[in-house]
Structures are given as structure tokens and as C-alpha cells.
Design a protein. Structure first.
Length: 359
């Protein structure tokens, strides 16, 4: 089986979630014996269709443009058994690069009008690959793909063999969700195998692909602090990450959310402890984190048996968290109090990575 896998995200490798998912789909397809040609549209020149219909009249089946679509991609498209259209969800549909690609496949159709039932269509001029759609979105609800799905189903009808949609995709790179995200990616790879073997994706695999990654409250809270910090620092999400800047919580609830997102299960190992924070000053309040079995839980209030209690002005701790203040020096200077097992002060630092959440 010959597959053409097209990724239309403008983001580079390592940043693009479309590419992340597509690479797993491709590896599944290859493992099942398919020969897959991967194309990143960001590296190709695909001009917009100009509606001249030269491809229907003067040069039937061939576009007037001299670019990568005419020279390379269209011939590969019609020679494939399957084409993967992988696009980030932009404004609830495919992005402009993918739309330009799809419009430029017009030469595959004849101009003739044919009617079947109450639907008019143009017949195919020659072979057309089966279509597999893949898309990722920032919002967490699967319904954000409804419009894209309706569009593709109408356009490709029985030719649409699979639809892989992953909402909340930006959270997929957070280490705290690694376990569930690894399962999602493994399921995408499984979908690739199933498509090559049976031209369809099983309901069980679809369920794994769309399984929840994290609860909405936590995701929205972390994402909102992240964007606020980007705006305050005047940096893009990628610049924030490159500079290792840590989003700055402005409330105890935000702090709880951020700490949960920053937790690194692989660094925490199998330790278990309760760490209590008592915030003093203008912004007062208490919360504690229960850590155990590689999982963190955040609760408001006070715990009866914390391993470590930190009493600190809220702003000071946020300065320590974001690297504006030296935690050790602040402790020596008596600016905050830590009681209990003080080794947790160091271990805590090790268990939380930089939390560039959102994006
Ligand atoms: C111009 C633009 C429009 C977007 N529109 C939506 C949208 O309508 N719904 C949504 O859930 N996410 C939307 N997003 C978020 C992207 O779908 C999300 O960040 C995705 O992970 C990007 O994929 P990529 O990393 O492969 O580029 C939009 C992002 C951009 C840049």
C-alpha cells in the first residue's frame, strides 16, 4: 500500500502536535507494511487555485501553476492508495495551507455535472486515494471538530476512511500527563496499523485516541496563567520556553494548578509526602499537595500530618518559584519559615520541572 501523509502545520518538528500525531500514525502504517511518503507543506510551494479551469479544458488533469503541487504533490496524491490529510484546527476547520492543497486537487475531477438522488457532483477523472483525516485542537471538547468532520464527510463520502481528532492537544507535551499521552500516541499508531490492514479504525482505538487527558478546570487555569505570563513578559510561548521562564500564579488556586501541571512523575519516583503551604501577607490562604505513587493531588486548607510546612508571604514564594528570589537565601534571612523534614525543600525542587503550560 502506498500512502501520502501530508502535514499542514506551519510549526516545526518538536512544536507541532499535528506532526507528533502524524508521525505515530505513519510509524503504525509502516509497521503494517505500507510505504509512506511524508510531506510537510510548510516546506513546499503550493499556490492558491486561481479558478481558471485550465485543468478541465486546455490541459485536462493538469494545473496551470508550475509549483510543487503540479510538479510533485498532485502526481504523488493520485498515485497513492491512501492520503493522510493532517491539519491543525484553525478557526474550527482545516488551516489555509491544507485548504490550498485540497483545492489544488481539482484536476482529479471531470467538469461534467452528474446527479445521483438529489446530489450533484463531478465524476472522478482517474484514481483517487482513500482519505484519512487527522487534526489537533487547543480546546478540550471533541465537538470542536464537528465542522471539519461534516465538511470532509460531505466532500469525500465513502472515500473518507478514517478521522483522527485530538482535542486539548497542547497539553499532550506536559510531563505530568505522559502516561495517558503515551497511550493516546500508541493508539494513533495502532490506528495506522488498522487502516493499512482493514481500511478502518476500530471503535476501541478511537476511544483511546480521544480519551480525556486532564480535567478542564486544571487545563484552563494553567493555560490562563501561562498566557498572562507571556503577555506580562512580552514573549511568545516558544520564547517563554526557550528562556525557561516560569508562569507566575496570582492566587492560591492558580498556584495549586500550576504545581500540579509542573509535577514530574518520573522525577518523583515512588516517594510519598504531604507538603503544606501557609501563605501570609496580603494574599493569605493555605493549601497542601499530597504526593504518592507518581501522582500529585492539590487541596485547599490544612493537612493534619504534613512532612513539610512552608509559611511564607505569597509574593515571596512566587518570586522563588519564578527565579526572581533565591529560596535558600530567603530562608537564611528568615523571610519564610519551613518546619518538618527540611530535605523536602530540596526534593520538592527536583520533583517539579519548569511548567510551561498552555500554548
Ligand atoms: C490561527 C489559529 C486558529 C486556531 N483556531 C482554533 C480553533 O478554532 N479551535 C481550537 O480548538 N484550537 C484552535 N487553535 C489552536 C490549535 O489548533 C492548536 O494550538 C494545535 O495544537 C496546533 O497544532 P500544531 O501544533 O500542529 O500547529 C488555533 C490556532 C491558531 C494559530
Amino acid at each position: 500500500m502506498k500512502v501520502l501523509a501530508i502535514n499542514s502545520s506551519p510549526r516545526i518538528t518538536g512544536q507541532s502536535k499535528t506532526e507528533l500525531l502524524m508521525s505515530h500514525l505513519v510509524s503504525g502504517m509502516e509497521a503494517a507494511g505500507a510505504q509512506v511518503d511524508v510531506v510537510h507543506l510548510r516546506t513546499k510551494k503550493v499556490r492558491n487555485c486561481i479558478g481558471c479551469f485550465t485543468c478541465w479544458t486546455k490541459t485536462p488533469g493538469r494545473c496551470i501553476h508550475q509549483d510543487d503541487m503540479t510538479g510533485e504533490l498532485f502526481p504523488k496524491f493520485i498515485a497513492s492508495n491512501l492520503a493522510v490529510l493532517a491539519t491543525p484546527l484553525y478557526h474550527f476547520t482545516m488551516n489555509a495551507s491544507m485548504k490550498a492543497f485540497v483545492e489544488r486537487t481539482l484536476p482529479v475531477l471531470e467538469p461534467t455535472l452528474v446527479r445521483k438522488g438529489d446530489i450533484t457532483y463531478h465524476p472522478l477523472r482517474g484514481p483517487h486515494p482513500g482519505i484519512v483525516a487527522l487534526s489537533v485542537a487547543g480546546f478540550p471538547e471533541i465537538s470542536v471538530f464537528d465542522q471539519l468532520s461534516a465538511h470532509l464527510r460531505f466532500m469525500y463520502k465513502q472515500g473518507l476512511l478514517g478521522e483522527i481528532y485530538r482535542p486539548g492537544a497542547e497539553a499532550m507535551v506536559q510531563p505530568v500527563f505522559r502516561k495517558v499521552c503515551d497511550d493516546v500516541l500508541d493508539a494513533v499508531s495502532q490506528a495506522g496499523k488498522e487502516l493499512v490492514k482493514s481500511l478502518k479504525i476500530s471503535p476501541e482505538t478511537m476511544e483511546r485516541i480521544t480519551q480525556p487527558i486532564c480535567d478542564f478546570e486544571l487545563m484552563a487555569r494553567a493555560s490562563n496563567i501561562f498566557w498572562k505570563t507571556c503577555i506580562a513578559q512580552g514573549v511568545t510561548p516558544e520564547e517563554l520556553k526557550a528562556k525557561s521562564l516560569v508562569p507566575r500564579p496570582e492566587s492560591v488556586e492558580d498556584f495549586m494548578g500550576l504545581m500540579q501541571m509542573a509535577f514530574r512523575p518520573e522525577l518523583a519516583g515512588d516517594v510519598s509526602a504531604v507538603i503544606q503551604f501557609a501563605f501570609t501577607g496580603l494574599l493569605s490562604g493555605s493549601c497542601f499537595f499530597t504526593i504518592g505513587d507518581g501522582v500529585i493531588d492539590a487541596s485547599p486548607g490544612t493537612s493534619p500530618l504534613p512532612a513539610l510546612t512552608i509559611e511564607t508571604p505569597f509574593d515571596l514564594w512566587m518570586d522563588v518559584l519564578t527565579g526572581k528570589a533565591d529560596g535558600q537565601k530567603a530562608f537564611m534571612d528568615g523571610k519564610y519559615r519551613a518546619t518538618g523534614d527540611l530535605t523536602w525543600l530540596v526534593r520538592m525542587k527536583e520533583m517539579f520541572g519548569s511548567s510551561n503550560v498552555g500554548g
